[in-house]
Design a protein around this ligand. Structure first.
Ligand code: AVJ
Length: 404
């Protein structure tokens, strides 16, 4: 069987313990991938063209690399929705920036003004979000972790044997590990993430921990359609794992579109394991988004830095204030940046006038009841099979099936 190595061009000597990602059979995606500017393996791995520096960075982050040498780590040449994720792609950067600019201009021309929440997550934003997850006030992450840890076996039983498990967001892998540990005969694990860095880290550490599971990372924006990679063994079905209550970011039409997309990706017999934040008293909700240390405020304001840097904006961070309030009619936390004065702001060639107290909405975080979310999912054919929650009913993890 032919082994093709795509990590870099210096595939000759490799010290012991180095990663050896490979395709163990000819990969039909490969030549097409290279022609069309799909991601190459090395790029997916780290966004480094040089494997030595990628490895040094991984080591510095404390990753166990020994033992990976014989691990078959496969990467797909999955297309990143037509552009380089995170703007690092050799061919995609321009397109990515153009889309960022269009999104920002469209949002600032609208009334009320808004900015897509996905732009909160540049590198610094992602780090700040990780910090949010550790805050006392931010109960979401810790509660979901605890639910999954406690009921991982039941969840794995619900998902069933022979699955290709597709994770949206592939964040920190503690939840994933708990699940993968308990799945019966899992065929493949497909982490999907827009951040190549995150994806590389997740893929490598899970490949080391689960040598029997084929790891097929896909670098993509999961809010847009993408296709599943092909595993070497045929799965009996696919299931999407979508933790973190990220679905809460979407308003109803977008949430429905997302669920529909998941249903189509999995097909009949497929499943969805998803985390949602539950409705609760307003004080607890608002505290979670107005932490005492101001980390959430910093996270929110970071979107302005991101725009200034990437799109030649001139937002003055200290002319804006973080606001997060619960809207009981819409059942959502509305996060915005409020202009402290009347001011003019430029983004590239365009200028915008902001009135004193005018808000730019940066994020919604919808809160559901289990029944409410189940009826939403039912609209696209997803049937609620089981749900798990913590004893204070702060958060829930739901399992849906696409019945044939
Ligand atoms: C990542 C969308 C789940 O809505 O709670 C946290 C994002 N924003 N604090 C959420 C967020 C501010 C978070 N989600």
């Amino acid at each position: 069987m032919e082994v093709t190595d795509h990590l870099d061009d210096r595939s000759g000597e490799r010290p012991v313990g180095q990663i050896r990602p490979c395709y163990s059979r000819p990969n039909p995606l490969r030549s097409e991938a290279c022609q069309k500017g799909y991601l190459r393996l090395g790029e997916i791995l780290m966004g480094h063209s040089d494997s030595a520096s990628a490895l040094a960075k991984l080591r510095a982050q404390g990753l166990r690399l020994n033992g990976l040498r014989h691990q078959e780590l496969r990467y797909t040449g999955q297309r990143v929705n037509g552009r380089g994720a995170n703007g690092h792609g050799k061919n995609g950067q321009g397109a990515f920036k153009a889309e960022f600019l269009t999104d920002v201009l469209t949002g600032l021309q609208a009334s009320p003004k808004s900015l897509p929440s996905k732009y909160l997550y540049d590198e610094r934003g992602s780090r700040l979000f990780d910090e949010i997850c550790l805050l006392d006030e931010y109960y979401l992450t810790r509660t979901e972790d605890q639910i999954i840890k406690q009921y991982a076996q039941e969840m794995a039983d619900q998902i069933g044997p022979g699955v290709m498990l597709v994770e949206y967001g592939s964040g920190s892998s503690t939840k994933t590990t708990a699940l993968l540990n308990r799945l019966a005969e899992p065929i493949a694990y497909v982490p999907v993430d827009i951040s190549r860095e995150h994806l590389g880290r997740t893929a490598l550490s899970l490949a080391a921990a689960f040598p029997q599971i084929e790891i097929l990372p896909v670098c993509a924006d999961f809010t847009q359609a993408f296709s599943l990679p092909v595993s070497s063994r045929l799965p009996t079905h696919s299931a999407v794992f979508f933790p973190g209550s990220t679905i809460g970011n979407f308003q109803r039409p977008a949430a429905l579109a997302m669920l529909e997309q998941i249903a189509q990706l999995c097909g009949r017999g497929g499943g969805l394991l998803i985390g949602i934040d539950l409705q609760k008293e307003v004080l607890a909700l608002e505290s979670a988004y107005n932490d005492a240390r101001g980390v959430t405020a910093e996270f929110n304001l970071n979107i302005l830095r991101h725009i200034n840097r990437e799109l030649a904006g001139n937002f003055e961070k200290n002319q804006f204030e973080h606001r997060a309030v619960y809207d009981g009619d819409e059942n959502r936390i509305e996060i915005s940046l409020v202009s402290c004065c009347q001011q003019q702001v430029a983004v590239g060639e365009e200028t915008f006038l902001l009135e004193e107290d005018e808000a730019i909405i940066t994020e919604y975080s919808h809160k559901y009841t289990i029944e409410g979310f189940a009826s939403l999912a039912a609209e696209v054919g997803l049937t609620l099979r089981r749900s798990w929650t913590d004893d204070k009913q702060l958060f829930a993890v739901l399992h849906f099936a696409l019945l044939s």
